[in-house]
Design a binder for this molecule. Sequence first.
Ligand code: CP
Length: 323
Amino acid sequence: MANIIQPLQHFTKFESLELGNQLIEQALAYKANPALDQAKGAGKRIGCIFLNPSLRTRVSTQLAALNLGMEPIVLNMDKEGWALEMQDGAVMNRGTVEHIKDAAAVLGSYFDILAIRAFPSLTNKEEDMSDFTFSQFVKYSGVPVVSLESATRHPLQSLADQITIRENWSGKKKPKVVLTWGPHIKAIPHAVANSFAEWTLGMDHDLTITHPVGYELDEAFTKGATIEYNQSKALEDADFVYVKNWSSFNDYGKILSTDASWMLTENHFENAKNAKVMHCLPVRRNLELSDEILDGPRSLVQVQAKNRVFAAQAAISHLLGNK
Ligand code: CP
């Protein structure tokens, strides 16, 4: 008997193989016919609240909502909203102007669904690991919430990545997926890497993670993956290679290496001739990933970016079905 999939209240993380498959199939149906459920969101509004910059997430989420007949409204809260106080019980006699308790409740009364982007500080590990800012929106808004990237996860990106793998894999065996660290000059959050590992393992793929010593991700997201510190060995027989930078998790938020030899070029694919390369974008060309890979036949980055629309459409549609 097929498992009954419980409808989600919020879309914030990987839930189950069954739901993952359902969302991927729904997203592919929307890709074939974006107007398939044009009436589903009629008369409803989604508030897309950004506390950090975005190109893909901002536009793809709006397009997804419009495809469902919903009205999206974007608020760049970091630039256009009042400075928010996040701490419960705070005496607000400093820089913050409005408490999250009030702001989130107001937004919840305006919208049927809220979508929130809230990056980590990379300075307060405990607070970041609890997804504190994002969780305050969930706690006080009282409506379903979609994560547009929290401190720990980026589920719409990960769903788009899994859709991309599904579309590009016809082999009988499980695909070998490699998540490789790439160099960067800034301290980058762990959310994309965590989430990619969580969804790839959850969808029952074979995952190898490779990075310099000191860049181990939180085991909560990587349990079941092979950790291989030798990038060349990790890449052997890879079917999909996902490139991402992240800062140290153990030495929280620190840059421990900028070793340029970790940047993938064609020379890295001697033992993985057919491997496809993925990256969530934005990417720093010729630092994190080379032009020859990004502009060559291995690259799936534009497919991933396009699939962000249908990933968001499937996730929002799932929450609408729940209301
Ligand atoms: N991949 C991604 O989330 O892109 P943006 O930061 O531009 O939204």
